[in-house]
Design a protein around this ligand. Structure first.
Ligand code: DAH
Length: 355
């Protein structure tokens, strides 16, 4: 019987050694220690032995049972550990591996153009300012010399925040989605010392009938320079330098007299069309970007109106300034040869991915 136990232990150990899964281990456990366990079978065979023999075998069999249990437990641990290690190895991600550049996102043409413009203006000594997109009527209109009854308010028709919300949050104040970046001129003049030399890029809104050149959400870049002895010539030089840098040395600017309530004198500035090279024709067709004129309207500009300066506590007899506001979308369209700036907002990946 003693021999049988030794034999049984050998068999158990050799079977245990080749086991590679927890399922197989459980079967082995059932086989040796379960209801019909092999050890039990052996123990049944001892009923005919003397009491002394029975005692000896009984003790040994018990020891064997305990050692089988220990072996099974440690094998189970080892198998679990191996399983985890295998999974970790299989599922590990090498973050240093390169991946197809096709999957990588990239900057939108408008962000790209904004950053280029920012870099150029910074190189000319401008600082970047920011302002709220939900603006109040005072900054967006009144302080820019556009009082309530002014016809120019129609040009900058916008989305107003409802009175119900206004009264709840800012009683007595009318809030709106800013129609231009010009209110940041006011905020800057009220909060900063002279001289001022800033640009204000980013988002504006209009209550607009959309077409190829108009969208109800678009991007502007405002510029403001205020100090002693600032002239219209400075304005022309600045815009000419920036546009040549951005679109190429051959780019020409055209200044046309215009009216803005916050500048006097005012001008509208066109840039020679990049699509047709200013000729108005592409092959033998009329250029759709500039409607065949060779010029694209790019921005409004002028000398800051004395009333606006005064409203911000700046003496117009001593100081002067120029300002301008350009449409980033249109510049991006010119730069990237896109015939309709509305295409920038249509989530057409095929178009955006070209740049
Ligand atoms: N704010 C004007 C607009 O949205 C653009 C503009 C014109 C800005 C003349 C200026 C300026 O600063 O001087 O149409």
């Amino acid at each position: 019987m003693d021999v049988n136990l030794t034999e049984l232990e050998k068999r158990f150990l050799s079977e245990l050694e080749v086991i590679e899964s927890i399922g197989a281990l459980e079967l082995l456990e059932a086989d040796y220690l379960g209801k019909k366990w092999k050890l039990k079978a052996i123990l049944w065979g001892i009923k005919d032995m003397s009491i002394e023999e029975k005692k000896q075998i009984g003790v040994k069999a018990n020891e064997l049972k305990n050692s089988f249990t220990d072996f099974l437990v440690s094998k189970k641990e080892a198998l679990k550990k191996a399983l985890i290690e295998k999974r970790v190895q299989e599922e590990s991600i090498d973050v240093t591996l390169s991946y197809s550049s096709k999957m990588r996102g990239h900057k939108h043409p408008i962000s790209h153009t904004t950053e280029l413009l920012e870099d150029i203006f910074i190189s000319l000594g401008f600082k970047i300012e920011d302002g709220p997109q939900i603006e109040d009527e005072r900054h967006n209109f009144d302080m820019l010399n556009i009082p309530d009854n002014h016809p120019a308010r129609d040009v900058w028709d916008t989305f107003w925040i409802s009175d119900e919300i206004n009264n709840h949050k800012n009683p007595g104040e009318k809030l709106l989605l800013r129609t231009h970046t010009s209110p940041v001129q006011i905020r800057t003049m009220l909060s900063q010392d002279l001289p001022i030399k800033v640009i204000v890029p980013w988002r504006v809104f209009r209550y607009e009938q959309e077409d190829a050149r108009h969208t109800c959400n678009f991007y502007q870049l405002e510029g403001l320079v205020v100090g002693e002895g600032v002239t219209f010539w400075d304005l022309k030089w600045t815009l000419d330098t920036v546009m040549k840098e951005l679109l190429g040395k051959k780019t020409e600017l055209r200044f046309r007299p215009s009216i803005f309530p916050f500048t006097e004198p005012s001008a509208e500035v066109d840039v020679s069309c990049q699509i047709c090279g200013g000729t108005g024709r592409v092959w033998d067709r009329r250029c759709s970007m500039c409607s065949g004129t060779g010029w694209v309207e790019l921005l409004g500009a002028g000398m800051v109106h004395p009333k606006v300066l005064e409203g911000c506590g700046i003496d117009p007899m001593k100081y002067s300034g120029f300002a301008f506001g350009m449409g980033i979308d249109r510049i991006a369209a010119q730069r990237f040869w896109v015939s309709s700036s509305r295409m920038f907002y249509q989530s057409k990946l095929k178009m955006n991915e070209q740049f």
